[in-house]
Design a protein around this ligand. Structure first.
Ligand code: AMP
Length: 282
C-alpha cells in the first residue's frame, strides 16, 4: 500500500490500473477509521480489482461552531489499518489541493431537492460541503464505483441524485450500518463520548427499534410515533434534533400506503451529535 497526496499521482495510478483492464473502487472518508469504514473497504474489495481510500477532513462541510478543529485526525493509525486490509492506495490530499483558493472561494454543488430537510435543517452548509468535495474527489480519482455507508442515509441519497443529475460516470454502492455489540452505530464522533454516554447512546437505537416495531404491526400514526419518540429521547437525557419517518425514495414524510420507509434520527448527547437510522419494508 502506498499513500499519495497529489492529483497527478492518483490519476497516473488509476490510469495504469484501468489500462490493464482492472476495475477501481473508491471509499471516501474523513479518517479516524473504525470497523464501519473497514466494512466499506471490504465491500469495495469484493466488487473491484483495486481499492483506493481517501482520507480528508473537509472543512467546507463544517459549520462555524462545529468540530472541525477537534475532529480526530489519526493518519498513522488509519494507514496501518488500511495496510493490514491490503488496500492499494490511500489518497490524502492537502487543503491546498482540494481548495486552492480556500473553501469559501470555491464552486459549490448544491442538491436543493434533498439538502434542506433532516440534518440539513440544523446544519445548513453540511450537504453542500459534502456534495462539493465528493464531486471533486470523484473527478480526481475517476473510479468505476464508490462505496458509501447507509449510516449517513441522507448523504448517500444526495450523492446518488448528484451523480445522476450531473452524469458523473460512477456507480454508487451503499453499505449497511456497522454497529457495536450494544447496537450503537459506529462513528468517529463516538470517541467524544464518556463511558457513561457510550452506554446511554444505545437508547437511540432502541428508540428506533421501538418505532419500527410499532410500524411493522400496522401502526400508521407516524406523526404520533415521531412525537412520542422525541419525548422519550428527551426524557432519556438526549437533546433530540429530529426523528422522522420518511420514504427512502425522496426523503419526504411517509404516507400510510408507502412501502419502503426509513426512520432517520439525530440527537445531541452532551457535546456530541449522533445520527442513526433504520430501514423498514412493509
Ligand atoms: P466519515 O469518515 O464519517 O465521513 O465516513 C466515511 C464513510 O464511512 C461514509 O460513507 C459513511 O457513511 C461511512 N460510515 C461511517 N460510519 C459507518 C458505519 N457505522 N457503518 C457503515 N458505514 C459507515
Amino acid at each position: 500500500m502506498k499513500t499519495v497526496c497529489t492529483v497527478e499521482e492518483i490519476r497516473d495510478y488509476v490510469h495504469t490500473v484501468k489500462a490493464a483492464g482492472k476495475t477501481v473502487a473508491f471509499v471516501p472518508t474523513m479518517g479516524n477509521l473504525h470497523e464501519g469504514h473497514l466494512t466499506l473497504v471490504t465491500k469495495a474489495q469484493s466488487l473491484a480489482d483495486v481499492v483506493i481510500v481517501s482520507i480528508y477532513v473537509n472543512q467546507m462541510q463544517f459549520g462555524p461552531n462545529e468540530d472541525f478543529d477537534s475532529y480526530p485526525r489519526t493518519m498513522a493509525q488509519d494507514e496501518a489499518l488500511l495496510k493490514e486490509l491490503k488496500v492499494d492506495r490511500v489518497f490524502a490530499p492537502s487543503t491546498s489541493i482540494i481548495y486552492p483558493e480556500g473553501p469559501d472561494n470555491h464552486t459549490a454543488i448544491k442538491v436543493d431537492a434533498l439538502d434542506g430537510m433532516h440534518c440539513g435543517k440544523s446544519r445548513p452548509v453540511f450537504f453542500t460541503g459534502i456534495a462539493t468535495v465528493v464531486t471533486k474527489l470523484l473527478n480526481i480519482v475517476q473510479p468505476d464505483m464508490a462505496v458509501f455507508g447507509e449510516k449517513d442515509f441522507q448523504q448517500i441519497s444526495i450523492i446518488r441524485k448528484m451523480v445522476k443529475d450531473l452524469y458523473i460516470p460512477v456507480e454508487i454502492v451503499g453499505a449497511p450500518i456497522a454497529r457495536s455489540e450494544t447496537g450503537l452505530a459506529l462513528s468517529s464522533r463516538n470517541n467524544y463520548l464518556s463511558a457513561d454516554e457510550l452506554e446511554h447512546a444505545t437508547l437511540l437505537y432502541k428508540q428506533l427499534l421501538k418505532a419500527k416495531e410499532a410500524i411493522l404491526i400496522g401502526n400508521t400514526g407516524y406523526d404520533i410515533i415521531q412525537h412520542d419518540a422525541l419525548a422519550d429521547l428527551a426524557e432519556y437525557g438526549f437533546r433530540p434534533d429530529y426523528f422522522n419517518i420518511i420514504r427512502r425514495s425522496d426523503l419526504q414524510p411517509a404516507a400510510p400506503d408507502d412501502k419502503e420507509l426509513i426512520i432517520l434520527a439525530a440527537v445531541a448527547l452532551g457535546k456530541t451529535r449522533l445520527i442513526d437510522n433504520l430501514q423498514i419494508d412493509l
